[in-house]
Design a protein around this ligand. Structure first.
Ligand SMILES: [Zn+2]
Length: 451
């Protein structure tokens, strides 16, 4: 404990041989004023951060918005604390106070200041976890309560604040006693001022009990937010739950516990398409299954289907941009991986074949559906799982390759339904049955052939 008592904790009015006077508690006025200002601002930062996080949970903002808001808040905080920081630095250099805490202000000020400082440093965790929905937010608030509780228990052992001159070891007040003398309470020999302090420990059970309650409550909130998320949503009104369910998997799970009206289902479909639940890695298996059922059940509008599936149409001809006369080159298709709500709603693709310079017949195509996934991986593209055509340029100059691809999803799925395509028919009657969604893509690639 001794190291926590600073040289500065010895009151200047302690003079050997003279009775110890009653004193006005020695508070560092400058520090007190600056810390009080910091605490007033801290309240606003705290309320602002949590309010903003709730706002993000409800309206589902993108990660970069949360991140930028965090940077702005932290910058504002750092800027508004600059006077306190420079004051603190000066006093620390002069050896008057420690790095983190000063016992020269009332303990209440210290606790509040610690709470806001730690909270503000957690701005990023709180704001970015709001992306995961309310359970992510509560998990981090639980974490703050847990650490705050631990800090409180620790403070209960070390916290001090300005008070009467007392025994350095047991904090027994020494007013009226002359030094040297043994301490009337603990019997230790008090030789001079260095055996005394006017910053006695704050002996309060509140640190321990408040800290334990806070830590236990924090653990419960964390547990509930991870393992019993439905519990957190119990009091949330159904309209709010419905608004959250597209982006918040726990709110979704809670919503599914009770049957929805047709109108509610439609609102959830609209929100899921608008909020990209259908292609987000953050959405859960259950959310993906639900929206997949709605897609296969024909509940989405044409515009919504297009919004969900348009990325699957991004397919290109995979061939070198230059070639030599007489040297054969390989023409293939390739595409990037597209995340869809579930495997069951992955459209199959049909390939008509490569057409070189609008002259030859289509090469390498067929009338059967294929897995689009195979176009995304080079190990498949190298094999026979994807269309391939070897073409040997016979003349120099610019040659153009055309290719037609059709993507289609049927009530029974994509490739799985094995519905063949009739390339001779117009676009709206190429299949023997009506697809839920289909899209015709015409591809083109130019190849410079050198002599
Ligand atoms: Zn004592």
């Amino acid at each position: 404990m001794g190291i926590l008592v600073h040289m500065n904790d010895v009151h200047p009015e302690v003079v050997a041989g003279e009775p110890i006077p009653e004193i006005e508690p020695r508070v560092d006025r400058e520090l007190l004023e600056l810390m009080s200002i910091a605490n007033r601002r801290g309240r606003w930062f705290w309320v602002g951060t949590v309010g903003m996080a709730l706002f993000f949970v409800y309206f589902h903002f993108r990660m970069w918005i949360a991140f930028t808001s965090g940077i702005i808040l932290l910058t504002l905080w750092g800027y508004s604390m600059r006077r306190l920081r420079s004051c603190w630095r000066g006093k620390r250099m002069a050896g008057e106070i420690g790095n983190w805490l000063s016992w020269s202000v009332p303990i209440r000020i210290n606790i509040e200041y610690m709470f806001y400082t730690v909270s503000v440093l957690m701005i990023f965790f709180v704001l970015t976890s709001a992306q995961e929905g309310a359970s992510g937010l509560f998990r981090n608030l639980g974490l703050i309560l847990l650490f705050g509780g631990g800090a409180s228990v620790y403070l209960g052992r070390v916290a001090r604040q300005p008070g009467q001159i007392c025994c350095r070891w047991c904090e027994y007040p020494l007013v009226g006693l002359g030094l040297p003398n043994p301490c009337p309470e603990c019997g230790k020999e008090l030789l001079d001022g260095y055996s005394t302090t006017d910053r006695p420990r704050v002996r309060s059970r509140w640190f321990l009990w408040g800290g334990l309650v806070s830590a236990i409550f924090g653990l419960m909130v964390m547990y509930a937010s991870i393992y019993r998320p439905g519990f957190m949503y119990g009091p949330v009104p159904r309209g709010v739950l419905l608004r959250m369910a597209s982006t918040d998997r726990s709110a979704f799970d809670r919503l599914m516990l009770t049957p929805m009206t047709v109108d509610e289902e439609q609102r959830l479909i609209d929100a899921m398409v608008a909020n990209h639940t259908t292609d987000s890695y953050k959405s859960s298996f259950a959310q993906g299954q639900w929206i997949s059922q709605q897609i296969l059940g024909g509940r989405l509008s044409e515009a919504q289907l297009e919004s969900v599936f348009h990325k699957t149409t991004e397919i290109v001809i995979d061939a070198p941009s230059s070639a030599k006369v007489g040297a054969p080159i390989e023409l293939r298709l390739k595409a990037d991986y597209v995340r869809l709500p579930s495997f069951g709603v992955t459209p199959g693709y049909y390939f008509r074949g490569f057409v070189v310079d609008d002259e030859s017949a289509a090469q390498g195509g067929d009338s059967q559906p294929h897995f689009r996934l195979y176009l995304t991986q080079s190990e498949y593209r190298a094999k026979s799982d994807v269309p391939k055509h070897t073409w040997t340029p016979l003349t120099a100059g610019t040659h153009t390759i055309h290719a037609r691809v059709v993507l289609a999803l049927f009530p029974g799925g994509g490739k799985a339904t094995n519905v063949p395509i009739d390339w001779s028919k117009p676009a709206d009657s190429m299949f023997g049955m009506t697809p839920i969604w289909s899209h015709v893509v015409d591809l083109e690639k130019t190849i410079e052939v050198e002599p």
